[in-house]
Write a protein that binds this ligand. Structure first.
Ligand SMILES: NC(=O)c1ccc[n+]([C@@H]2O[C@H](COP(=O)([O-])OP(=O)(O)OC[C@H]3O[C@@H](n4cnc5c(N)ncnc54)[C@H](O)[C@@H]3O)[C@@H](O)[C@H]2O)c1
Length: 444
């Protein structure tokens, strides 16, 4: 018989009780914020056998979850419906559900204010609601991307107001979310999960929790390290995209095909990783997260110069694309004013429906301001009613009516061969027409 020492202190008893619930999957799991990050996470824990409650402010989202109707591309309605029917997953707008929960993952938005300062209001308001029903023996994990220090400096004081102590009466961690919407290979379950706690006991609780549903867990020594990991990853991408965009501008000026250069460089088996130019950054992460870091470091007296520079270059790309379109029309003896310009793909990246920060919006507004008459096709975005644009998606055949077609997002369902046959002139910002030779094509 194995010797199991009896827990001694109150802390050990609290920790052991929660660990036992996690190991036996009887812990009641909560996920606050049921968006692109929260819903897949809730589904993964429900699939692992936990009873999961999602809490969101949106009546529409909670109603759809309870009806088993998925609104997140990576989660099929069949999967969601089967978990809801099995009683493993439910959603509510009522934070009093926290009273019944053992764990909570916070997955609310972290946008930037107009001034490019972090907008902490969603985290603060979620924590205020949680703290009203907070109780001993809970594990709370912040997953929203944020600046280093948030978990200890913002979340911890709000939960500690209860009189409970982190690492003793409850457990608090940060774990960055790395979900890549639309990626068929890497999804929530097989993306390694970094987790760092306020204390070593918190980290261990977070590690044990994720290990029940995710394949690989990577514990780190503190919440700050875990917060910084995410910012390093996204800053790395943002800066490398900025670099390759600048290389694209240089190649354009001196008449070299940047895509051929990158493909050839990528044959180097070490020391090079290909990044690709494009019409600008999009989504809720890459254009935003690095500014959380620069905001924080500015307070410590360090200017994040790489971030500012890459931000500037990436911000120029929609203008560069608009200039390319105008130049291509001029060469065809058509002024941009009054020309019909058809945009292929408006979501911020291939094969998803997310429009947040999409560079297509900037490109379209710039061309509209220059007098272009805009239309678009996108199988994932049926209507576009943002920032003065009021358009409905057209069939791909509408490209035949346009003076110029601009490929902004290279969805895999587009028929590119047919597009080249029917369009008069095409500006390709994604190398979607790679390998197709035609005098109609102007490449980035
Ligand atoms: N989308 C991604 O690809 C991605 C990847 C990695 C990290 N992240 C980070 O994850 C976090 C969430 O992003 P997302 O894309 O899932 O956002 P989202 O907008 O899709 O979902 C957030 C959800 O939170 C809900 N919400 C807002 N305030 C709330 C509150 N006080 N209480 C309860 N619910 C509330 C919203 O209604 C919404 O459903 C952000 O910090 C983001 O930077 C996102």
């Amino acid at each position: 018989m194995r010797f199991m020492p009896e827990p001694q202190t109150a802390t050990e008893v609290t920790a052991e009780l929660l660990k036992e619930k996690i190991r036996s999957r009887t812990a009641r799991v909560g996920v606050v914020g049921l968006g692109y990050v929260g819903l897949p996470l809730a589904v993964e824990f429900a699939k692992a056998g936990f009873s999961v409650t999602g809490i969101d402010l949106s009546d529409d989202k909670t109603r759809r979850v309870n009806a088993g109707d998925s609104y997140v591309g990576d989660i099929s309605t069949a999967t969601l419906a089967s978990l809801v029917e099995a009683g493993k997953l439910r959603a509510t707008t009522d934070f009093s559900a926290v009273l019944e929960l053992d764990t909570i993952n916070i997955c609310v938005p972290t946008p930037l204010r107009k001034t490019k300062d972090p907008d902490m209001s969603y985290i603060v308001s979620a924590c205020q609601e949680i703290s009203r029903h907070f109780h001993a023996g809970m594990l709370v994990i912040l997953e929203s991307t944020t600046y280093p220090g948030t978990t200890d400096e913002v979340v911890l004081p709000m939960l500690a107001k209860s009189g409970l102590e982190a690492g003793r009466d409850f457990f608090l961690c940060f774990s960055p979310e790395r979900v890549d919407p639309g990626n068929p290979k890497y999804q929530t379950a097989n993306i390694p999960k970094v987790v760092g706690g306020v204390t070593a006991a918190c980290t261990e609780m977070g590690r044990l929790f994720y290990a029940q549903a995710l394949q690989t867990v990577v514990p780190v020594s503190s919440t700050q390290v875990a917060e910084m990991v995410k910012l390093l990853e996204n800053t790395f991408r943002m800066i490398n995209i900025g670099l390759v965009n600048e290389i694209a501008l240089m190649c354009d000026r001196i008449g070299i095909n940047v895509w051929e250069v990158i493909d050839a460089a990528a044959t180097k088996p070490f020391g090079f990783m290909p990044f690709y130019p494009g019409p600008g950054l999009g989504g809720h992460c890459i254009p935003i997260d690095p500014f959380y870091l620069s905001w924080k470091t500015k307070q410590a007296g360090i200017e994040a110069r790489f971030i500012e520079l890459a931000g500037y270059i990436n911000g120029q790309m929609p203008h560069f694309v608009a200039d390319k379109v105008q130049g291509a029309l001029n060469d065809a003896a058509k002024p941009v004013k009054g020309s019909r310009i058809h945009v292929m793909g408006v979501a911020y990246k291939r094969d998803i429906d997310d429009m947040r920060e999409s560079p297509a919006l900037d490109v379209m507004m710039l061309l509209e301001r220059r007098g272009g008459k805009l239309s678009y096709s996108d199988p994932h975005v049926p209507t576009l009613r943002v920032e003065g644009l009021n358009l409905t998606a057209q069939p791909e055949s509408a490209a035949a009516e346009a003076d110029c077609v601009v490929i902004v997002t290279d969805h895999s369902s587009f028929d590119y061969k047919a597009l080249v046959e029917r369009a008069a002139l095409i500006v390709d910002t994604r190398n979607a027409l790679k390998g197709i030779r035609s005098g109609k094509i102007v490449r980035l």
